[in-house]
Each structure stands twice: as structure tokens, then as C-alpha cells.
Design a protein around this ligand. Structure first.
Ligand code: ADP
Length: 851
């Protein structure tokens, strides 16, 4: 009894103790199957594993029978042995070969033991023999032990498979994330998504449809083994995706869906479309971020029976999600880039338009840039003609455009409407727009489908319109309108600038023509003294080539001539006038003045003729005076001779009158001759002289006269030398004239005071008397030629002699010295004459010449 028991225990022991290699589940499982065959001394054994997706047991390993001969076992089986094994969860055997029918390994005695783990049956172990004895309890116990060990191996294998799948999934997602998000390009993001989808699934091809800019075109990808046997994807032609009903559903629900022909899955329409495409199955995923669909992804299977499994589905959706984010990023980036490019282009258009005054070129460039900016077929600019009746095509951009003097009447077409209403207009389907005139297409050679038109206006006034023709995607949007409006404002500025420039240029031309043609000589310089213009008269008078003079310095052209100094000199105070002579012996009266923002201008009148007449007058006067003097001298001589003759009182009286008359006539003639001499400016000699000397000399010369009339002359000489530069003899006659007037007009016994004061620049001489003074109405006239006041005839019997030329002469001389003379007077209290002359700084050493 002991020995057989020991053997039997041995088989149970061996069943439990046989070592297993968990790292190699297949070997462990087939090892356990061999052990069962051996320990139960049976020819056949098989292991079935539970397949959740099928809800059935599938054969995995077999001994003594080919695996292919074994079929599946449904869990819903009603075989009593299987039912007992599944529900009773213990090993069961058939009572004989007949009962075994319907079981694997049949016919014969069949044992079935459940492989259980965690209360679940994950496999079934079958052992069979053909012995009439069948299996005893010990055998069943042994099979149970082997079955439970088989369950351990199966569970371990399943778990490690899940783990390795998880690892696989993680690494794939990591790679996908890296590859997809590192691209900044939409096409590349799509390509990478497709490549990783084909890696993650067993699909034969993958299609990605992206909405938006791509107009819903689909790119089809197929895996390909490259030369290096590396797995890559190739993208095939882009086309539109067939419109399966399921696509709408996927986009609406944003959830994936699967279609297959066998087993049938999907609506009949979807399935028939799938068959038409020659496909066996398809999985359709939404490509979406933030609940917004960017497109669709299809994974396609062409071999019958092939289908995506749940794990693949999950993995594919994860990759697609990453793809959606990458794609969104790329789109954002592209949009930002495109926007930046557009802004740049818009900036270029603005700069181009405003930096040139060649309007036609500028507008042409602007239209070319605007055409690129909007990506349209053509961009055209119309300007309103002068009467404001027609819009005339002025510039265009776009290669296909053919321009022929296109003009649109203001009351027709889209352009006319925009110009009239000063409002932009978008017509995305022009043929449906009542404003559209097809005749214009004939003129431009364009087939218009969509139009964007904006007005070109400045300060509320319409100058024209700009039209963008044929949007690349068929429809203009508000953004396009804003951009074209911006181009229009630049163009309006350019047009206005050009008009302004033209007006200014015209004005300038007119002014130039006037200046050039005028009879007066004109020389115009810029602020640096460079000649801008020498007109005809000036060129002739100065013998200058006007064209060659332009741009050269005025003091170079008028070298050694006072005009050069007047036009270039820094210390010239303007405006100023001056008589200048020309190389052609003409005398010009030049007035030089400042022209704001330009420079200086000299306008010169030819006064040669006037000068000549003046000279002739002086000569005539001189000759006449001279000719008169001789007979007068003869009369005076005759009268003097008669003096000694015996004459009656009456005769003597007449003789005296005659003598006085000839004297005063001689004086007048001498005075006139002197006036002519002085005013002709001739023989002026300039030299430094002391003012004190001039005054003292006058006093000395006239002292006898003053004493004769009982006057007192007061004069306090200065303590230092006060100098002026001038003609001493003429200045002396001025002093003498003032003093003699004071002596002459003041009643006997008067006081005449001469005084002198000075500052750094000027010397003032005052000659004051306490005589009758000058009536207010005569003050403005005393310096006129030949003027004599009422005072001279206060006593008609004894008139005060004089010529009325003295003060006029004094004025001329003082002014010739750059000075001034005036009188202040209180009638009845006396008169004071003032002379102011420029002072000459006193030299520290050296002697002064006396005048
Ligand atoms: P004349 O002395 O020969 O008359 P002037 O030209 O010297 O001519 O003077 C013009 C006029 O000015 C004089 O006739 C006189 O009426 C007035 N006049 C000049 N000096 C004085 C003076 N010191 N007091 C009053 N009247 C004067």
C-alpha cells in the first residue's frame, strides 16, 4: 500500500514542484502540458486560453494532436463536463468515450480542469486517453494542480504583455509629441502625425484632412520601407476626402467611429462607400483641440478581416490629439508670420508711396505690392478725371492684367458706386451683384469673380478708388478690406503730396519766368551765398553766363564788386540800397534784401539815364552860374567906379541898392555853384580830424562879426581828443554856417553857446542861441534848398541877407559823412542846431594831421 501511495504522492508532488520559467511563458506552458501527459500517462493534452474580445476559449498549445485541429469553445457551451468545469471550478472527467463527444481531444476519456486566478477562469486544460479505466481522483487532483500552475503562468504572461504594451505606448507617444511639436510647419505636423499613427497601428494607410486654409484637402499617407529598411511615410496626392455619412457624425460628436465590411459595422451607405474604395475597414477620428474640429483622420485597412483593435484605437486617438495641438500651433505661427509679413509689406507700400514724388511709378509699385499683399489676381487704381465724370485707370498690379485706357463712368459699376458713396464694397459673387458690369472684364482681360473696392479720399474728397480683383480663396473678408483701405490712405497721401509739389513747382516756374524776364537785374542767392538765379538783365549788365553762375558763390562771380559783399557778407545789415556800376558802364540802383527761407536777393534798376540827366543838369547850372558871374562882376566893378563920382543923394541911394543887389546875386550864384559842387560828391577827402579844431576855427573866423553885434560866444573845449573822419574844409563850412546863422538872426547882445559831447560811437555838436527861434511851421522846411524864413524880413527896411542854401548844404555834407543834422526850437527863446557824426576811435600814439 505504501509504495503505490508514495508513487502517487510523487506524481502530485512532481506536478506541484516542477520548476517553471516565467520569463518564457510559452516554454513554461508547453512544459506544463508535457508534464500533464507524462504524469497522467495520456497521449493527448491541450491548453485553451480565454479570449475576452471573443468571449470564448481559444486553443493555444496542444500535444498529441495538431493545434489547427482544435476549434474554439464558447463560454456559452452546454456540454456537462465543460459546464461543471466552468461553474464547479474543478477538474471533471467524462465517464467514457461516448460522453466525450463535443469536447476537445475526443473521442476517449477526457479530463477538463479550469485554470483559475483571482476567481476567474482564464484557461482550460484538457488531457485525454483511450484506456477503458478512465481517470481516478488522484489523476484529477494532479490535473488540477497543473491547471492552477498553468493559470499562474498565463496570468503572469498577460500582465507582462500589458506592461510592455504600456511601455510601447508611452515611448510612442513620447516620440510623437517630440516629433510633432518640434515642427513649426503645418505640412510637417500632418506628416509626423501620420507617420506615428502608422507606427502605432496596423493600418495600411492614413488620411489626414485639414480644414481652413487648405480648403479641406486631404493628404493620404502610406508606410514605406526605405532603402535603409527604415519605416517612413510617403504622402500621396492631395485630394478631397469622400463624404461618408459617418464623417459628419464624427465631426459633430468629436468622437471616433469604426467601419468594417466583415463583420458589418456602420450604416449601409458608409459600408457601400467603403467597399467602393476597396477597403475592408476604417477608423475615423476627429482632429480637434478645445472642442473645435480642425479636420479628420482616417486609418484604413484593405485586407479583409483586418480591423483596428481597442488598444490601437486608444493609442491612435492619443497621437491624433498630439497632432491636433501641433497643427494648431503651426497654424497660429503661420498666421502670426503671415500677419507680420503683411504688416511689413504694408509698411513698404507706405514708405514707397510717400518717399517719391514720381507719382506714376509710386502708384504702380503700390498696386503691385497690394496685389501681393492680398494675394489677389490683380489690384487696380482708378483716379477721378478733372471734370469728375470718369474713373480712369492709372496703375495696376498683377501679371495677367492687360491695360488699355480703361475708364469707367462715375454712374456705373462697382467702382462708380464706391466713388459716389465713399464706402468700401465687397462683392464675393460679382455676377450676382446688380452693380457689376461685365464690359470692364473685356477691357482688362480679367475674368472677375470677386471684387473688393475701397475709396481713395483725402479730407472727405474722393480722388478715386482701388479695386482688388479675385480673392485666392474666393471670398474677401473684412481683414482684406482694412488692408486695402490702408493702402488707399497711403496712396491718397502720395497723390496729394504730388499735387502739392506740382503746384509749388508751377508757382516756382512762374516766379522764375517773371524774374528772368523782368527788366530789372535780379540776382538771387541761397543762405550760404550760392547763386540760385541771375536773370537776363543781370547777366547782360554784368556780362555773366547765367547758367554757369548758378551754384557758385556770389562773391566769386561778383569778385571785387560791392555786390559780392552785399550778397555774401556776414556784417551787412539788410535791407540796404547802393548805387553800383557795371562792367558795361551802367549805373544800377541796387536794393539788397533778405528772402525768408531762401537767402538774399538784389534787385537793380538801371538809373544810368537818370544819372546822365542829373549830370547834364549840374553842368548846365554850373555853366549858367559861371556865365552869369562875369557880367555881375562887371556890373559890381562899374558900380564901385561910380562910387567916387559926384552923385545926388537919390543917385547914391540907387547906386547902393545896385551894389547890394549885385552882391546878393553873386552870393546866390556862389552858393549855387558850391551846392552843385558839394552835391556832386566830388573831391571829398576823408581824414581824421579833431572836432574841437573844427569848432575853434569857426569861432575864430566869425569872432569879428559876433563882436560887431555885441554877442557873447560860450564854448568849453573837451579835455581829450575827440576824433571824426571827414573832409575838414566842408565840415568847417558846416560849423561856420550854423554859427553865422546864430550871429545873424539873434538880436545884438545875445549869447551863442557851442558845446560838444560824445560816446563811444558818436560825436554831437550843439549850436544854441537865444534869438527869435524858428516858427513851428518852418521847422520842417529850414533844410530845403533856397528856403528862407519870415525872420529874414521882420524889418522890411533892413532885411537879413542870405541865400537859403546854407542849411541845405550843411545837411548834404553831414549826411555825406554818415551823420545827421536837426533843429530844436522854442519860438521867442532861441534855436539849437544839433549835428551828430560817427566817432573815430582815438589812436593811442601817433600824430594827427590837421585839416
Ligand atoms: P539863410 O541863412 O541864407 O537865410 P539858411 O539855409 O542858412 O539860409 O537858413 C534858412 C532859414 O532858416 C533862414 O532863412 C532862417 O529863417 C532860418 N534860420 C536859420 N538859422 C536860424 C537861427 N539861428 N535862428 C532863427 N532862424 C534861423
Amino acid at each position: 500500500m505504501a509504495a503505490p501511495a508514495a508513487i502517487r504522492q510523487g506524481s502530485l508532488f512532481r506536478a506541484a514542484a516542477n520548476p517553471l520559467d516565467f520569463n518564457n511563458p510559452a516554454q513554461a506552458l508547453s512544459g506544463l502540458l508535457s508534464l500533464a501527459v507524462q504524469l497522467l500517462a495520456s497521449p493527448r493534452a491541450a491548453l485553451y486560453e480565454y479570449d475576452e474580445s471573443e468571449n470564448a476559449f481559444s486553443p493555444r498549445f496542444a500535444q498529441g494532436i495538431p493545434l489547427a485541429d482544435l476549434g474554439r469553445l464558447s463560454t456559452a457551451t452546454d456540454h456537462p463536463v465543460l459546464r461543471t468545469a466552468l461553474t464547479g471550478r474543478q477538474a471533471t472527467t467524462t465517464g467514457g468515450s461516448r460522453e466525450s463527444l463535443g469536447l476537445p481531444l475526443a473521442p476517449g476519456n477526457v479530463v477538463c480542469a479550469p485554470c483559475q486566478t483571482g476567481g476567474q477562469t482564464i484557461g482550460l486544460l484538457f488531457v485525454a486517453n483511450d484506456s477503458p479505466a478512465g481517470y481516478d481522483a488522484e489523476a484529477l487532483a494532479t490535473v488540477e494542480i497543473i491547471a492552477s500552475r498553468t493559470a499562474e503562468v498565463l496570468a503572469f504572461a498577460r500582465q507582462s504583455a500589458t506592461q510592455s504594451y504600456l511601455f510601447h505606448k508611452l515611448s510612442l507617444l513620447y516620440q510623437a509629441t517630440h516629433a510633432i511639436t518640434s515642427t513649426r510647419d503645418r505640412q510637417e505636423a500632418v506628416r509626423q502625425t501620420a507617420a506615428h499613427l502608422l507606427k502605432a497601428t496596423s493600418a495600411d494607410s492614413c488620411e489626414v484632412l485639414v480644414f481652413g486654409e487648405g480648403m479641406g484637402l486631404t493628404t493620404r499617407f502610406r508606410p514605406q520601407l526605405g532603402k535603409s529598411v527604415q519605416h517612413t511615410v510617403v504622402s500621396m496626392v492631395t485630394e478631397s476626402m469622400p463624404e461618408y455619412p459617418v464623417h459628419k457624425q464624427v465631426l459633430r460628436d468629436l468622437k471616433p467611429a469604426t467601419l468594417s465590411v466583415v463583420p458589418p459595422q456602420g450604416t449601409p451607405r458608409d459600408m457601400s462607400m467603403l467597399q467602393e474604395e476597396g477597403l475592408a475597414a476604417a477608423a475615423v477620428f476627429p482632429l480637434s483641440t478645445h472642442n473645435q474640429a480642425l479636420g479628420l483622420v482616417r486609418l484604413l485597412y484593405s485586407q479583409p478581416g483586418r480591423q483596428i483593435n481597442e488598444q490601437e484605437m486608444e493609442l491612435a486617438q492619443a497621437v491624433i490629439n498630439i497632432g491636433a495641438v501641433g497643427l494648431q500651433d503651426a497654424i497660429h505661427l503661420e498666421t502670426a508670420k503671415a500677419r507680420a509679413d503683411q504688416l511689413q509689406l504694408l509698411g513698404d507700400i507706405g514708405r514707397d508711396l510717400t518717399s517719391t514724388l514720381e507719382l506714376e511709378v509710386a502708384l504702380e509699385n503700390a498696386m503691385q505690392n497690394a496685389q501681393r499683399l492680398l494675394g489677389v489676381e490683380a489690384c487696380v487704381l482708378f483716379l477721378l478725371d478733372e471734370p469728375g465724370e470718369k474713373l480712369v485707370l492709372k496703375a495696376s498690379g498683377g501679371t495677367t492684367l492687360r491695360i488699355r485706357d480703361v475708364a469707367i463712368r462715375l454712374e456705373e459699376g462697382i467702382a462708380g458706386w464706391v466713388a459716389r458713396n465713399k464706402q468700401p464694397l465687397i462683392a464675393n459673387d460679382v455676377r450676382a451683384n446688380p452693380l457689376y458690369h461685365s464690359s470692364i472684364d473685356g477691357q482688362t482681360g480679367l475674368l472677375t469673380s470677386s471684387v473688393l473696392c475701397v475709396p481713395l479720399e483725402t479730407r472727405g474728397e474722393v480722388l478715386g478708388v482701388i479695386e482688388a480683383i479675385n480673392h485666392p480663396r474666393g471670398a474677401f473678408v473684412e481683414g482684406d478690406q482694412l488692408m486695402l483701405a490702408s493702402v488707399a490712405s497711403w496712396a491718397a497721401v502720395a497723390i496729394e503730396n504730388a499735387n502739392l509739389f506740382q503746384r509749388v513747382a508751377e508757382e516756382r516756374r512762374r516766379l522764375e519766368a517773371t524774374l528772368v524776364e523782368t527788366a530789372d537785374a535780379v540776382v538771387l542767392t541761397d543762405r550760404s551765398g550760392k547763386i540760385i538765379l541771375v536773370n537776363k538783365a543781370a547777366a547782360q549788365a554784368f556780362r555773366i553766363n547765367a547758367d554757369m553762375a548758378a551754384g557758385r558763390m556770389a562773391d566769386e562771380i561778383f569778385f571785387g564788386h560791392p555786390l559780392g559783399g552785399l550778397l555774401v557778407g556776414q556784417e551787412v545789415s539788410l535791407p540796404t540800397t547802393m548805387e553800383v556800376t557795371t562792367p558795361t558802364e551802367r549805373t544800377l540802383y541796387a536794393s539788397v534784401s533778405e528772402v525768408t527761407d531762401v537767402g538774399r536777393v538784389a534787385v537793380m534798376q538801371d538809373i544810368t539815364a537818370l544819372k546822365q540827366i542829373d549830370r547834364m543838369r549840374s553842368q548846365l547850372l554850373g555853366t549858367a552860374a559861371h556865365d552869369l558871374k562875369n557880367p555881375l562882376n562887371a556890373i559890381r566893378l562899374g558900380a564901385d567906379l561910380l562910387n567916387d563920382a559926384p552923385l545926388s543923394d537919390q543917385q547914391r541911394k540907387a547906386l547902393n541898392m545896385m551894389q547890394r543887389a549885385t552882391d546878393s546875386m553873386t552870393n546866390l550864384i556862389t552858393g549855387l555853384l558850391e551846392t552843385i559842387r558839394v552835391e556832386s560828391n566830388a573831391n571829398l577827402s576823408f581824414e581824421p580830424c579833431q572836432v574841437n579844431d573844427l569848432i575853434r576855427r569857426a569861432i575864430e573866423d566869425l569872432r569879428p562879426l559876433a563882436e560887431a553885434r555885441g554877442h557873447t560866444i560860450a564854448y568849453e573845449p573837451p579835455h581829450e581828443a575827440v576824433l571824426i573822419v571827414g573832409d575838414p574844409s566842408r565840415l568847417n563850412s558846416v560849423m561856420a554856417n550854423l554859427l553865422s546863422n546864430a550871429i545873424k538872426f539873434t538880436e545884438p547882445g545875445g549869447t551863442i553857446t557851442l558845446s560838444l559831447d560824445w560816446d563811444e560811437d558818436l560825436v554831437n555838436v550843439h549850436v544854441a542861441d537865444n534869438g527869435p527861434g524858428i516858427p513851428d511851421d518852418e521847422v520842417p522846411r529850414v533844410f530845403e534848398h533856397l528856403f528862407r524864413g519870415r525872420v529874414t524880413v521882420r524889418d522890411p527896411n533892413n532885411p537879413i541877407e542870405g541865400t537859403g542854401l546854407g542849411l541845405a548844404l550843411a545837411k548834404t555834407v553831414v549826411e555825406q559823412h554818415g551823420g545827421k543834422i536837426w533843429v530844436t526850437s522854442k519860438p521867442g527863446e532861441g534855436a539849437t542846431f544839433h549835428v551828430t557824426l560817427p566817432r573815430e576811435p582815438t589812436p593811442k600814439t601817433g600824430s594827427l594831421r590837421r585839416g
